[in-house]
Ligand binder design. Structure first.
Ligand code: AQP
Length: 329
């Protein structure tokens, strides 16, 4: 089986964008791939986190991923900070990554504008930690959203550079483009993606939102003045709602246009809201069970970290030996 690695940052409450763009696909990948999933908690502190919030978001994300169907009996599922090899390899890879390469990363440019008061070195070297995450596991495929393709390209360059300088060490990972995973946009500003850290919570549907809140957010979603449900240019709001509806129900855009022809936006928004609420209901019920059972989660993340460390340390040892470090024993 080919190996897949993917991670999500517990940097806030998980959104419908995270779910439709990533988590829902991860669940189905488990059938055909050897999957490794991590909560990238180390990555979150590139932006200042309140300790209590980080703990809360991490615990919630772990329970939520289980509730979505990540199965720790079939897949490795752990917290990045529980496996020290990630930080260790990241340091080494930093020394094989050029300043200029990191400077060109558009996410760094965006985030350093957004967090101008805290442009820390970690924000800058974020891509070398992400490269370590992926390369430690000799990953074949990485499911990535559009915004991560540049980081994956850099990961491949770093891996190739190291392999050429010494001898083949890292598998070169390829982007995995799933059938879904289009970007879900903010309901209040459909030119921006729906984001965990968005301050406008009305633009964001969270997977754990109460049904009433979900419906209210969809009813208030920004649309256009045309009042006709079809996909088209200048209709970012409706396009986004159609995308969400299509991901949830499996209907094509043609079917949706047909079903809602002659109906107003009010009807369509309510239908999208209802579909999302019903889809999330069983996930929310399972979340309630998992999140109240810390022992259950602990058992799985300990087991996950142990197994992950075994794989990761094999790669790390190889790397350290090639670089010229003397093993301790
Ligand atoms: N709006 C989105 N539509 C589709 N996919 C999305 N992803 C994120 N937002 C959308 C996908 O979710 C996965 C997890 O991403 P991450 O936690 O590493 O961080 P991110 O991409 O930066 O997500 P956020 O929600 O925007 O978090 P913050 O606000 O903390 O930066 C990825 O696979 C991503 O593509």
């Amino acid at each position: 089986k080919k190996r897949i690695f993917s991670a999500i940052q517990p940097s806030g409450d998980i959104t419908l964008g995270n779910y439709l763009g990533a988590l829902k696909n991860w669940v189905s990948l488990q059938d055909s791939y050897d999957c490794i999933f991590a909560l990238a908690d180390l990555h979150t502190i590139t932006v200042r986190q309140k300790p209590a919030d980080l703990r809360h978001h991490t615990l919630n994300a772990y329970a939520l991923l289980l509730a979505c169907g990540i199965d720790p009996k079939r897949s490795l599922f752990f917290l990045q900070s529980h496996v020290p090899a990630h930080s260790q390899l990241a340091w080494i890879l930093n020394c094989y990554t050029q300043f200029g390469e990191l400077q060109r990363m558009t996410q760094f440019k965006d985030k350093s504008k957004k967090h101008a008061d805290n442009v820390n070195a970690g924000l800058f070297t974020y891509p070398s930690l992400m490269a370590a995450d992926i390369l430690l596991y000799q990953t074949d495929f990485v499911p990535v959203g559009e915004d991560q393709t540049q980081h994956l390209e850099l990961t491949r360059n770093i891996a190739e550079r190291f392999n050429n300088a010494y001898s083949p060490t890292f598998t070169l990972p390829a982007a995995f483009v799933g059938k879904e995973g289009k970007r879900i946009m903010s309901l209040q500003d459909p030119s921006h993606k729906m984001s965990k850290s968005d301050e406008n919570v009305n633009g964001c549907v969270y997977v754990l939102d109460k049904p009433d809140d979900i419906m209210r957010k969809f009813k208030r979603a920004i649309t256009d003045s045309e009042a006709s449900v079809h996909y088209g240019e200048g209709k970012d709001g409706i396009n986004n709602l159609m995308e969400i509806y299509s991901c949830i129900t499996g209907e094509t855009f043609d079917q949706i246009e047909h079903d809602f022809s002659g109906k107003g936006y009010g009807d369509f928004k309510a239908a999208v809201g209802e579909a999302v609420i019903e889809h999330l209901r069983p996930i929310q019920e399972r979340f309630a069970q998992y999140s109240s059972d810390r022992d259950y989660m602990e058992q799985y993340w300990n087991d996950g970290a142990e197994k992950a460390a075994r794989i990761a340390n094999r790669t790390l040892q190889k790397v350290m030996k090639k670089v010229g470090f003397i093993p301790p024993h």
